[in-house]
Design a protein around this ligand. Structure first.
Ligand code: CTP
Length: 418
């Protein structure tokens, strides 16, 4: 159970206001005390009764209601986190100019906790120089302005400006409650290539050999890096139905070979490679072009055997390509290792050997087995650096762990830049 915190959900007047209901519900279900502060126009999209029922707290828009409780100062002062979802172009402009003509803007002026804006607007508005400048100003002042998602907008048009999925907003809100300084905007201009999820090696048109990777860790690294300003490409294998992270260029692949092709294509541009994918080490040597049928003769010989061939090690291949001078932009290569201890040594013993064998700069190590690491939301582990510097990654959500991993990458890039 997470610690109960006071969260203010500000809602501005855009069609995506209906998605704020899910954000409120998820934060309340996580055990937090949630106070919804909509603007007058937000209430033209969603009624106050809906927000009151979901949050269990009164909903007001103006500064002249409940005056005896001084809400225009108190709500902001007492908050552990303010999340504005959706944040319209108008709301961002009002926040920048320090207006205090309704309860939400007054709350933004009095809040001393982390403030997150989740923008939603039409693409033209998002890219308008006024909005671009407002976003820059808010970020410079220490606010977190999330990258909007791309896709279908109101009506038939599509582009950047969609509200990130409620799940994503809640996840990042929880990250900031756990670690208020988790999302500095410090990776602008850094190109990060992340692989995530499991590969599937086809046997025939309907069958494959796969693995249990959920993709959650790699998606979380991509999400955190993008929200810290990096230009992120995510090469996504099979996942547990994860939605594409907002502001990330997602390339979906199936097999280890396709993953390797995608990495070869995008690596020359990248400054950082994070290999979180669970890449198959073997693939069936022969892929049947039609479905492999079982024999219906009960006396027939035994089941077919599957011959396997080693796949290329993409991580080791990228390390080699960099050493050969083929990847002059690549400044940090991060590998992942899932280890159990055995008679020869413990988890860290095997991990150090793997770091050396693979030749990457950083290695994220997860202890696996007994319900750890695969398909679960919480995790812990270690981060080993090639220079011998090891740190333990405290137990927490995969998003919290990812924020530590991205910290290590940022520190590594910083130490290299000097
Ligand atoms: N990896 C890769 N290409 C492969 C297999 C793995 O790039 N064909 C990468 C993974 O993305 C991960 C790291 O290598 O970053 C994991 O190394 P690996 O040796 O596969 O670890 P394990 O699966 O733990 O295998 P083993 O313990 O058998 O060495």
């Amino acid at each position: 159970m997470t610690e109960r915190k006071r969260v203010v959900v500000g809602v501005a007047g855009g069609i995506a206001a209906y998605k704020a209901c899910t954000v409120v519900r998820q934060l309340a279900e996580a055990g937090h005390s949630v106070r919804v502060v909509p603007t007058e126009s937000a209430l033209r999209f969603v009624g106050a009764a809906t927000f009151e029922a979901l949050s269990g707290q009164p909903v007001r828009t103006g500064v002249f209601e409940d005056v005896d409780q001084v809400p225009h100062v108190r709500i902001g002062q007492e908050a552990d986190l303010v999340v504005v979802a959706p944040a319209t172009a108008d709301l961002l402009a009002r926040a920048v100019s320090g207006r205090a003509d309704d309860l939400l803007t007054a709350t933004l002026l009095t809040a001393r906790c982390p403030v997150v804006f989740a923008p939603a607007m039409h693409t033209e508005m998002w890219f308008h120089p006024a909005t671009v400048q407002n976003v820059e100003t808010l970020r410079r002042r220490g606010n977190v302005v999330l990258e909007p998602a791309s896709g279908r907008l109101t009506g038939s048009d599509s582009g950047a400006g969609r509200l990130p999925e409620p799940e994503e907003i809640t996840t990042l809100a929880q990250l900031l409650l756990d670690r208020p300084d988790a999302l500095p905007f410090d990776l602008s201009g850094v190109k990060v290539l992340v692989t995530a999820g499991g590969t599937r090696e086809p046997l025939d048109p309907v069958r494959f050999i796969g693995n249990r990777s959920s993709g959650k860790q790699g998606y979380a690294v991509a999400r955190v890096a993008a929200q810290r300003g990096a230009d992120v490409t995510l090469i996504a294998g099979n996942t547990a139905g994860l939605a594409d992270p907002a502001g990330v260029n997602v390339v979906h692949i199936g097999s280890a070979h396709q993953l390797q092709d995608a990495v070869s294509k995008h690596a020359p541009d990248a400054h950082v490679l994070v290999m979180a994918a669970a890449v198959a080490d073997f693939r069936p040597t022969h892929v049947a072009t039609s479905k492999i049928k079982k024999s219906h003769d009960p006396n027939a010989a035994s089941a077919p055997s599957i011959e396997l061939t080693r796949t290329e090690d993409v991580l080791a291949g990228t390390v080699r390509a960099r050493a050969d001078g083929q990847l002059p932009n690549m400044r940090a290569i991060v590998g992942f290792a899932a280890e159990t201890g055995d008679a020869n040594g413990d988890v860290l013993f095997h991990a150090r050997a793997k770091l050396q064998r693979k030749g990457c700069d950083l290695l994220v190590v997860n202890a696996v087995g007994e319900g750890k690491a695969f398909e679960v939301d919480n995790n812990d582990g270690w981060l080993l650096a090639a220079d011998g510097n090891d740190v333990a990654l405290e137990h927490g959500s995969k998003t919290l762990m990812s924020s530590r991993i991205v910290d290590a990458i940022a520190a590594f890039l910083g130490s290299r830049a000097e």
